[in-house]
Design a protein around this ligand. Structure first.
Ligand code: ATP
Length: 289
């Protein structure tokens, strides 16, 4: 039995539309399934946790990166694999995993039942599935999540949030500890911590990040003026920012970060609080189809 978890509001209603197609293909195929619609943030986690221990072939999330975040959090360490049909705005997880964006092809991939183990990372009482953003980027995610206007912009929402946040954000002093080595940076705009290269609707902020290499990749952007940040920004879509002297790339299994002032933190686009934070790789902890 496949259990489908649908976020009906993902991608401005795309979740519901994609499901109606997927459901007709399942019926045509005579594939047994059960379906649940989420009714609020956090609902997918509760729904899926209540199913652990049942004889389920896979839990298939239909939505965006936030839905994957919730489904993945509920399935870490379980025997049940996560399938995914993209229906969000950014769909970075799908791109990173090579999951087709077309719903029928994504469903075919789920039904092939090829399981791979991927890394996640522990961050507070949650698991990071794809990425976390601290500072400027956390504030952009907060703005986009709170504004129904920006959510309607789909993959341009990040650009809208970027331009809005640019006016108010004050860079901070950040102390990073990666696998026991401490470094302090002034004028930090953002730190991204990634388990995959795709980020924020198509950016390649840590182009070398892989979901099965047992390490987290980190990108710290510091010491730039507003004007320099604007100039650098477009290059992040192809990963061209990495050679800039104000961009530091690191790898680590355990990362702690504190800042003055405290900075907003998001994981997979969901706001989880402010710094300080501690994050540790959790190798091969989630089964994915
Ligand atoms: N019925 C619901 N009403 C409101 N919010 C919901 C509902 N069900 C789930 N959510 C929340 O919707 C948020 C957005 O979901 P998701 O990230 O999957 O879509 P998206 O933002 O369109 O896609 P992406 O993150 O890929 O850009 C998540 O925080 C999720 O918890």
């Amino acid at each position: 039995m496949y259990v489908f978890i649908i976020n009906p509001v993902a991608g401005n209603g795309r979740g519901r539309r994609v499901w109606s197609k997927v459901e007709s293909w399942l019926i045509q195929n005579q594939t047994p399934y059960e379906v649940h619609f989420t009714n609020a943030p956090g609902h997918a986690v509760k729904l899926i946790r209540s199913m652990i221990g049942r004889d389920i072939q896979a839990v298939v999330a239909v939505g965006g990166d936030g839905t994957v975040h919730e489904a993945g959090n509920a399935l870490v360490d379980s025997e049940i694999p996560l399938g995914y049909i993209p229906a969000g705005s950014g769909n970075d997880f799908a791109k990173a995993q090579g999951i087709p964006l077309h719903p029928k092809k994504a469903l075919q991939r789920v039904l092939q039942n090829k399981i791979q183990q991927m890394d996640t990372a522990r961050i507070g009482n949650r698991f990071l599935i794809g990425f976390a953003g601290i500072g400027f980027d956390g504030q952009v995610a907060q703005l986009v999540n709170q504004s129904s206007f920006s959510r309607r912009l789909g993959r341009f929402a990040y650009l809208f949030g970027f331009l809005q946040t640019l006016r108010q954000f004050q860079p901070a002093r950040v102390t990073l500890m990666t696998d026991g080595i401490e470094q302090t940076f002034e004028q930090v705009w953002m730190v991204a911590i990634c388990n995959q290269p795709n980020y924020g609707g198509g950016m390649q902020i840590c182009p070398g990040a892989r979901h099965d290499d047992g390490v987290l990749d980190l990108c710290c952007v510091h010491g730039l003026t507003r004007g320099e940040l604007i100039k650098l920004f477009p290059s992040v879509y192809k990963g061209g920012h990495t050679s800039h002297p104000s961009v530091l790339l690191l790898e680590g299994r355990r990362i702690t970060l504190r800042s003055d002032p405290p900075l907003v933190v998001h994981t997979d686009g969901e706001i989880i609080g402010k710094t300080p934070l501690s994050i540790e790789i959790y190798p091969r902890s989630l089964a994915v189809l």
